[in-house]
Design a protein around this ligand. Structure first.
Ligand SMILES: N[C@@H](CCC(=O)N[C@@H](CS)C(=O)NCC(=O)O)C(=O)O
Length: 232
C-alpha cells in the first residue's frame, strides 16, 4: 500500500500543510489508493513533508509525487496543454507556492490574532517534545523568516497586502471557467485547491480570508474541487 507521510487533519481541513493537501488531493483525484501516515518534517528524508513511500521508492516533494504517478498514467493530466498554458501553469504554481505559503504561515504563526487561536489548538496536536520551549523556538525561527519577507507581526495590514493581489490575480485567471486551465482539472489545480482551501476554509477569520471570500469564483472553485476529490 502506498504511504503518504503527512500531518494529521487539522481544523476540519484535510491538511493544514498546503503541500501535504496538494499531494492528497492529487491521489484522491486520480483514485490512487493510499494510507495516510501521521508524520512531521523531522521524520522526512528531505526535512520537509509530505513524502511518499511506494514500495522501494521514497519520493519527497509534492510535485515530484504527482509526477511519480503521472509518468505511469496512460495520459498525463497536462497532456492537452499547449506551450503557453504550460508556461502559465509553471509560473502560477511557483508564485502561489512561494507567496501563499508564507501568507498561510503568517495567518497562523505571525498575525497576533491568528496566533491567539492557532497556538491553543496546535499544542495538543504536537508531540510533547515540541510543546512549550520547542514551540517557542519554531515560532521564533518562523517570525525571523517572515520579517525578512516583509511579513512583520506588528503590521498585519502590510503583510496581508502581499497576499491579496495574488488572490485577485487567481480570480482573474480563473474567470468563469470551472478549473484554472479549462473544463477539466490539471496538475495546477491540485496545488491551487490546496492553497486556496487553506485560506478560505480555515475556521478563523482574517483579512486575507475575508478578501478571498469576496472573490466568489474562487469560493465556488474550492467547493467544486472539494466535491470532486473529497466527497465521493
Ligand atoms: N517543495 C516542497 C515544500 C514542502 C514544505 O515546505 N513542507 C513544509 C510543511 S507545509 C515543511 O515540511 N516545512 C518544514 C521545514 O521547511 O523545515 C513540496 O512541494 O513538498
Amino acid at each position: 500500500m502506498i504511504e503518504l507521510h503527512q500531518f494529521r487533519p487539522f481544523w476540519g481541513l484535510p491538511n493544514a500543510s498546503p503541500f501535504c493537501m496538494k499531494a492528497e488531493t492529487y491521489l484522491r483525484y486520480r483514485d490512487i489508493p493510499f494510507r495516510s501516515v501521521p508524520s512531521g518534517p523531522r521524520r522526512s528524508p528531505s526535512g520537509q513533508i509530505p513524502f511518499l513511500v511506494d514500495g522501494e521508492r521514497t519520493v519527497t516533494d509534492s510535485q515530484a509525487i504527482i509526477e511519480h504517478f503521472e509518468a505511469r498514467q496512460p495520459s498525463h493530466l497536462d497532456a492537452d496543454l499547449d506551450e503557453t498554458q504550460r508556461a502559465t501553469a509553471y509560473f502560477v504554481r511557483e508564485l502561489v507556492e512561494e507567496r501563499l505559503y508564507w501568507q498561510i504561515t503568517y495567518m497562523r504563526w505571525g498575525d497576533p490574532a491568528g496566533w491567539r487561536v492557532f497556538k491553543p489548538d496546535l499544542t495538543p496536536y504536537l508531540p510533547r517534545a515540541l510543546r512549550g520551549p520547542g514551540l517557542f523556538a519554531i515560532r521564533r525561527t518562523l517570525l525571523r523568516r517572515m520579517r525578512r519577507r516583509g511579513l512583520p507581526p506588528d503590521d498585519p495590514a502590510a503583510a496581508y497586502a502581499q497576499g491579496m493581489p495574488v488572490l485577485d490575480a487567481l480570480s482573474g485567471l480563473l474567470a468563469d471557467k470551472p478549473f484554472f486551465l479549462g473544463e477539466t482539472p490539471h496538475s495546477l489545480d491540485m496545488s491551487l485547491h490546496a492553497f486556496l482551501a487553506n485560506i478560505l476554509d480555515q475556521p478563523h477569520e482574517n483579512p486575507l480570508q475575508a478578501h478571498g471570500r469576496r472573490l466568489t469564483n474562487l469560493v465556488d472553485y474550492t467547493r467544486r474541487m472539494k466535491a470532486l476529490c473529497y466527497e465521493n
